[in-house]
Design a protein around this ligand. Structure first.
Ligand code: ATR
Length: 308
């Protein structure tokens, strides 16, 4: 690799399923950059060494995916978004410091802005299904757009309560049986649960609502979820999970390469075709085998032995 060539990777365990290399490689080619984007299969016990040695391994930054997003936050200097969500998915160096952000927040909003323009104009009330990691990003995003009432509906009420504790009085906890009733006054419904995803139960919900309701799903496998199909049949505007995946990638690319890339129909078609090719089951990952990581791990284990 020559000195000018920039390298970025996506870190996960497993990692074979990630579509990030496809998205970023498309942009690298489109903007004619001397760069490459790789997959790195990093088991949890190697994550700390990997992230601490990111630059030494030749990387100017990285994406981070499951199960490492919370740990990556602790290993970097997070911005407001990553801190609020409690998870980081994008790492980059700024003046020698490893910074992090959570680009799902921006991806969620940019996708809605692109697919359903004006969705937040006068929006007072939104319904969020689910209260996990993805819901934290969505709720924070809605708080930044000053949505007054965010109803969080979750199977486990305590997790919805925890979101209220984190984001304050705008968040209200409601039950599944209240969903249809709340739709009358809500401008946005977002599914952040895996319900409707390949291999999961369907999302069973009655869309009895005004025609102005915007429906967003973060599930992108299948691309056209039952929720989105029913919403469209009812004439509602929708934003899908693939749009969010593509839009969340924009920020990282801009931070690493200084070019703000465009989410084009051509890129969408490329990823759509790839989603069609891959079933849910993927090959197991082979762990990274970098001498620098092995050395760093051996040093840590020696230190730990000395201390303990
Ligand atoms: P993620 O980081 O992708 O959000 P997560 O933190 O595991 O993943 O959260 C998944 C969300 O989907 C949770 O709100 C979960 O509900 P619980 O908090 O009750 O676990 C919700 N979810 C997952 N499977 C579900 C199911 N079969 N029915 C209803 N909700 C479900």
């Amino acid at each position: 690799m020559n000195d000018a060539r920039k390298a970025v990777c996506v870190i996960g365990w497993p990692i074979a399923h990630s579509r990030s290399p496809l998205i970023h490689s498309y942009w690298i080619e489109k903007y004619k950059l001397d760069a490459e984007y790789r997959r790195e299969a990093v088991p949890p016990k190697q994550l700390e060494e990997f992230v601490r040695n990111l630059r030494a391994l030749g990387y100017v930054g990285a994406n981070v995916t499951v199960p490492h997003k919370e740990a990556a936050l602790a290993l970097s200097a997070p911005d407001d978004r990553a801190r609020a969500v409690g998870a980081a998915n994008t790492l980059w160096y700024h003046e020698g410091t490893l910074r992090s952000t959570n680009s799902d927040v921006e991806g969620f909003l940019a996708n809605l802005d692109a697919a359903t323009p004006g969705w937040d104009r006068g929006l007072e009330s939104a319904i969020v299904l689910g209260a996990g990691g993805a819901a934290r990003g969505v709720v924070y995003a809605l708080v930044t757009r000053e949505v007054q009432r965010i109803y969080v509906i979750n199977r486990t009420a305590e997790r919805a309560e925890a979101l209220k504790g984190k984001f304050g009085a705008r968040v209200r906890v409601a039950g599944w049986d209240e969903t249809t009733g709340l739709m009358g006054g809500a401008g946005l419904l977002v599914n952040t649960t895996p319900l409707g995803m390949e291999g999961h139960p369907p999302l069973d919900i009655n869309l009895r609502c005004p025609a102005s309701l915007v429906v967003a799903d973060i599930v992108y496998d299948p691309l056209d979820t039952r929720l989105l199909q029913v919403a469209r049949e009812r004439g509602l505007r929708t934003a899908d999970g693939l749009g969010m995946l593509l839009h969340q990638a924009v920020r990282g690319f801009e931070l690493w390469f200084g070019v703000r890339p465009e989410v084009t129909p051509e890129l969408r078609a490329l990823v759509e075709a790839d989603l069609g090719k891959h079933p849910a089951v993927v090959e197991p990952s082979t762990p990274v085998d970098h001498p620098a990581i092995k050395k760093a791990m051996a040093r840590r284990s020696k230190r730990n032995k000395k201390q303990g």
